[in-house]
Structures are given as structure tokens and as C-alpha cells.
Design a protein around this ligand. Structure first.
Ligand SMILES: [Zn+2]
Length: 316
């Protein structure tokens, strides 16, 4: 996801950002664990009269049991908020669907960036739905779409939370963009491309992902500084504080997130082409490392129609 942090730009972190200074999470890592809609979770049952027990699924539970069992988890509450922007049928453009609830201006802005994508890149993506949210926040790793209430924030003051510019829901194939992002034309493109790349990453296969990971390992060994987006940058800094060889550390979740975010930032950088802002504050990766990344991306052929399977065979 591109959280505020993710996509960069201002600082909410920067990435997608703007608001706060708390690092956000990577969109791709915001995987919703199930498709069970919020309203299908058990609700607190009220007993009739003063009966102390209520029969549920053949068992007898106390009121306390019911209250605690029925309370949805934070993850479930977050998942449920995606429903606020989901839609059945959207406006088709560039191989994607745009929410019918978007304004004409928002649709035009997204269509502009989608139509600039190389067809070969777009063809490698699944059909996605794009939506806009007035508010996009996360608590820990849980993304809330139009659903972060003051009470919720107050209940979770001990967890990191931040506003996001965008979030990708991989299993649901949704990209949700925060409405204020549309005020910055190029940032919208940069963050949109980053999010789309989150859907390409799982399709690369182990060989190609491993090849990109090896590239990043060699950068660490060479002491390469900087990144091509805040979402990879803050993870890289955290990893460097932990170890000189963070890919050997367990658990390796942060390293895996870093590799994925770095891929999405780098591919977005390439895809922007002439629209890229040469002096963007988040493009801090050194010249030589940047050239190596560009060569790797050229091999991936973001603009070519070479099937991914052919690329994998070359690496095998
Ligand atoms: Zn991301």
C-alpha cells in the first residue's frame, strides 16, 4: 500500500503523503485475510429478559463470553471498511475499472495515467478496480477506508497510526486512493504506478523476485545509500540499523517488505518516464545503484511484450 509513507511526496511520511511523520505500511503488505464481510461477524447477542445464558450454536455461554467472542478484531473492523468504496461495475479504461462514485475530474486524472502505461505492463496485471476515499488511515498494519473514527484512534493510542495516500488490497484487486492526492498531478501518477506494481510483484515468480532481491543484497554489500521512494527508504534505514546483512535475520518480514516496496518504487520511477521529476525529494538512490536498477528493470521489460515465463526461463 502506499501509505502516506508509501508513495512519497510529502510527509505524512512522505510517500504518499502528507500528513504525519509516522512511517506507514506498505500496501502490498496489507493483505486482507478473508472476504468475510463485517456484517457477517457474530454480533453481541442480547438475552431476552434476564436470562443469564443464551444458547449459541448448541452451547451455553455467559453474557461475558458472548461480549468477548462477538467483538470483532481490529483486523476485521479494518477489512469491513473496504466495503465503503467497493462497487459492482465501474467505468472501464486502460484495462481497469474506475469507481462510478468518482468525479469526472478524478476519472480523467486516472485515465490520463492509465493510458500512458505501456500496454505490455498493463497486460501483465489482473483487472483491477480503482476507488477514491475521503480518508485512508492505518493502525499498525490495518488499513481503514473512511473508517478511522476518533474513538478508534483513542482506543489504539499505543499503536502507530498514520494517514495514507493509497492502499492496495491484493486479494480483492482494489486500489484505493486518498482524494487529496488528486490535487498533485504527478504525485498521483507516481503513487498510482507504485500501487499497480504491487499486483505485478506476486506474478513475477520466485526466480525474478529472487533476482531483484540479489540486486538489493549487492547494494547493501556495496553500502549504497538512498532509495527511489519513502516506502522503501524507511524500511532500508531500519534494516541497516539492525544488521549489515538483514536478509539473514529472522524473522525476515521487514526484509521481504523492503524488497517488494523497493521494486514498486523503482518500477514506478521507470514507468513515469519523461513525467518523472528529476529532483523529487524521494529519489535519493546514488547514480551507480540507480543505473543498475534501470538495467534490471530493462531486463524485466516493463515496456516489452516478452512474457514473464520467457524471462523466468532465461534465469532458470
Ligand atoms: Zn507500497
Amino acid at each position: 500500500m502506499a501509505g502516506l509513507e508509501d508513495a512519497g511526496g510529502t510527509n505524512f511520511g512522505s510517500a504518499l503523503s502528507g500528513l504525519a511523520a509516522t512511517p506507514a505500511l506498505a500496501v502490498a503488505t496489507y493483505r486482507l485475510e478473508s472476504r468475510i464481510p463485517f456484517h457477517n461477524f457474530p454480533r453481541p447477542l442480547t438475552s431476552i429478559g434476564r436470562a443469564p445464558y443464551v444458547a449459541v450454536m448448541g452451547s451455553r455461554l455467559s453474557r461475558h463470553d458472548l461480549r468477548t467472542r462477538a467483538r470483532p478484531t481490529l483486523a476485521a473492523r479494518a477489512r469491513a471498511t473496504l466495503a465503503t468504496v467497493q462497487y459492482a461495475t465501474g467505468i472501464r479504461t486502460g484495462g481497469m475499472e474506475l469507481s462510478p462514485r468518482m468525479s469526472r475530474e478524478e476519472q480523467r486524472a486516472l485515465a490520463f495515467w492509465l493510458q500512458k502505461l505501456p500496454p505490455a505492463f498493463a497486460n501483465r496485471l489482473p483487472r483491477l478496480k480503482l476507488a477514491v476515499a475521503d480518508d485512508l488511515c492505518c493502525i499498525g498494519s490495518h488499513v481503514f477506508v473512511n473508517g478511522m473514527t476518533g474513538q478508534l484512534a483513542a482506543e489504539n493510542t499505543s499503536r502507530s497510526n498514520s494517514r495514507l495516500h493509497a492502499a492496495s488490497f491484493i486479494p480483492q484487486r482494489y486500489v484505493v486512493l486518498q482524494r487529496d492526492l488528486f490535487r498533485r498531478r504527478v504525485e498521483l501518477g507516481r503513487i498510482l504506478y507504485h500501487e499497480l506494481c504491487h499486483f505485478l510483484w506476486p506474478r513475477l515468480g520466485n526466480l525474478l523476485r529472487g533476482s531483484y532481491e540479489a540486486l538489493l543484497q549487492s547494494e547493501f554489500e556495496r553500502g549504497a545509500r538512498g532509495e527511489l521512494g519513502y516506502s522503501a527508504q524507511w524500511r532500508k534505514e531500519k534494516l541497516k540499523r539492525r544488521s549489515a546483512t538483514p536478509w539473514t535475520e529472522e524473522p525476515g518480514r521487514l526484509w521481504r517488505e523492503y524488497v517488494c516496496e523497493s521494486f514498486c518504487d523503482t518500477a514506478s520511477y521507470i514507468l513515469l518516464g519523461p513525467e518523472r521529476r528529476a529532483r523529487h525529494s524521494e529519489y535519493t538512490l546514488g547514480r551507480k545503484a540507480r543505473q543498475r536498477r534501470e538495467r534490471w528493470m530493462a531486463g524485466l521489460g516493463l515496456e516489452s511484450s516478452v512474457p514473464l515465463e520467457s524471462l523466468r526461463r532465461r534465469l532458470a
